[in-house]
Design a protein around this ligand. Structure first.
Ligand SMILES: Cc1cc2nc3c(=O)[nH]c(=O)nc-3n(C[C@H](O)[C@H](O)[C@H](O)COP(=O)(O)OP(=O)(O)OC[C@H]3O[C@@H](n4cnc5c(N)ncnc54)[C@H](O)[C@@H]3O)c2cc1C
Length: 419
């Protein structure tokens, strides 16, 4: 629906409150994370304005695919959108971790979790479409797309947000809380003066889709090469997603190869376990960075998803951390609202920050550790990590703990995931 048409209907939703608020909260960014937060606030009694700069048709064309962990799936079940997502995505029931050509591997299976599935792999649109449809059907949510937040001003009782909607004159809205879900280069975070810590990696990440000759058998592989981790994830239609990290120059050179040469290099890294691989579509290259915001919350502002943190793609954590942020924030503000508290005050938002900042830091640290320990040819480190893999595979308690840590089941479980 065009934003102009939406505008006509949303003036009826935005009933200005006694305190002069047009909405209880405004979410900047209708990527997967912003949409998930809005969806998690259905039936909350809170009025929500969700603003996304890209047109819906452009937003779905991201060409990205994600590992979706068990906790994320439980959160989507709790929201009530999982039955629309599941038919579009692939299940994995086995994960095989290996160190280059070393024969000892760590294998995680459903027997380790006692569940039917171990996790899922979803293309961007397989998550985005059902979420867009879901928010369109929530009467308490106004979904403004394409529309861009161009400025924000924080006062004691309110946050004032200026929004550019297509060619229309700029509109101004007042809200109790602004949530930045506007991605890693968050302008909202920068404008609020929140500092970040972290670094850019010496590696870039190449992503591509392939079709293997043999069935992928619902198996995800992560192979650690000295140049960087290499993952191959199963997708519907017996396709697979390649997530391949290598030092910048090597990654650029790989991307510049013709298809035949690229596939040859790919087979060298992955082997012929799935037979011949056929390249589907273009390859893309991404810069990889680790970033943690000093603050996840200020008075009238909360950061979620990539606006708050970024990590190395090893282990497919980034989006999943964002989904957990959103479930935690939704719980904190729902409970505050029910208790008659001001949802935008720092005292309330600090509960979210305390919950998520530390948990995310542990996972960020783990991805960094894995990348550094495995992207390394120093013999003592090689011997130590191979011994580590050997131990993990043979000590079930340790194996299950590592698996749970990677899929989010060691932290505080949000209520949405327990429904
Ligand atoms: C190579 C690679 C592989 C990855 N693989 C995985 C994986 O397997 N599993 C996983 O969990 N994660 C993975 N990730 C991480 C994942 O891609 C991100 O964590 C996730 O996409 C972040 O979502 P987001 O909604 O926070 O941000 P984004 O997807 O960046 O969305 C931000 C949205 O905000 C909008 N916006 C920005 N500014 C404004 C404004 N002023 N007004 C209105 N709208 C605005 C933008 O248009 C955009 O739609 C990977 C990342 C990379 C780079």
């Amino acid at each position: 629906m065009a934003s102009v048409q939406l505008l006509e209907s949303f003036s009826s939703v935005a009933a200005t409150s006694k305190q002069g608020h047009d909405y209880d909260l405004v979410i900047v960014g209708g990527g997967i994370i912003g949409l998930t937060l809005a969806s998690a606030l259905k039936d909350s009694g809170l009025s929500v304005l969700l603003v996304e700069a890209k047109a819906e048709s452009a937003a779905v064309l991201k060409g990205q695919a994600y590992a979706v962990h068990m906790l994320s799936a439980l959160i989507y079940q709790g929201i009530g959108v999982w039955d629309k997502i599941l038919p579009q995505i692939e299940i994995y029931r086995r994960v095989r971790l290996s160190d280059a050509d070393y024969r000892g591997i760590v294998e995680f299976t459903t027997a380790d979790t006692g569940t039917e599935d171990l996790g899922y792999v979803a293309e961007h649109q397989a998550l985005l479409y059902p979420l867009q449809e879901f928010v369109r059907n929530c009467p308490n949510i106004t979904y403004l797309c394409p529309a861009k937040v161009i400025s924000t001003e924080y006062q004691k009782e309110t946050v004032t947000v200026k929004i550019q909607i297509a060619e229309q004159p700029v509109r101004t809205f007042k809200s109790k809380l602004l949530v930045a879900a506007d991605g890693s280069r968050s302008r909202i975070r920068e404008a609020a003066g929140i500092k970040t810590r972290g670094w850019k990696y010496w590696q870039s990440c190449i992503v591509a889709f392939v079709k293997p000759e043999k069935f992928h058998d619902h198996t995800a592989y992560e192979k650690f090469w000295p140049s960087g981790p290499f993952a191959i994830l199963p997708l519907p239609g017996n396709r697979c997603r390649i997530v391949w990290t290598a030092p910048h120059k090597e990654a650029e050179a790989l991307c510049a190869l013709d298809d035949e040469q690229f596939l040859k290099e790919l087979s060298r890294r992955f082997g012929d376990r799935m037979g011949k691989l056929e390249l589907l579509g273009d390859r893309f290259i991404f810069q990889v960075q680790l970033m943690q915001s000093d603050r996840y919350a200020l008075h009238r502002l909360a950061l979620v998803g990539d606006a708050a943190h970024n990590c190395h793609p090893v282990g497919g954590q980034g989006l999943n951390l964002g989904i957990r942020d959103v479930a935690a924030l939704a719980q904190v503000i729902r409970q505050a609202n029910q208790a008659g508290e001001d949802i935008g005050c720092l005292q309330v938002l600090k509960r979210y920050e305390r919950w998520r900042q530390r948990e995310n830091l542990i996972v960020l640290g783990l991805t960094d550790f894995l990348d550094r320990v495995f992207s390394n040819n120093f013999l003592p480190v090689v011997l130590l990590r191979r011994f580590g893999l050997w131990v993990v595979q043979r000590v079930p308690l340790l194996k299950v703990y590592i698996l749970k840590l990677m899929i989010g089941l060691t932290g505080r479980i949000p209520e949405l995931a327990r429904r």
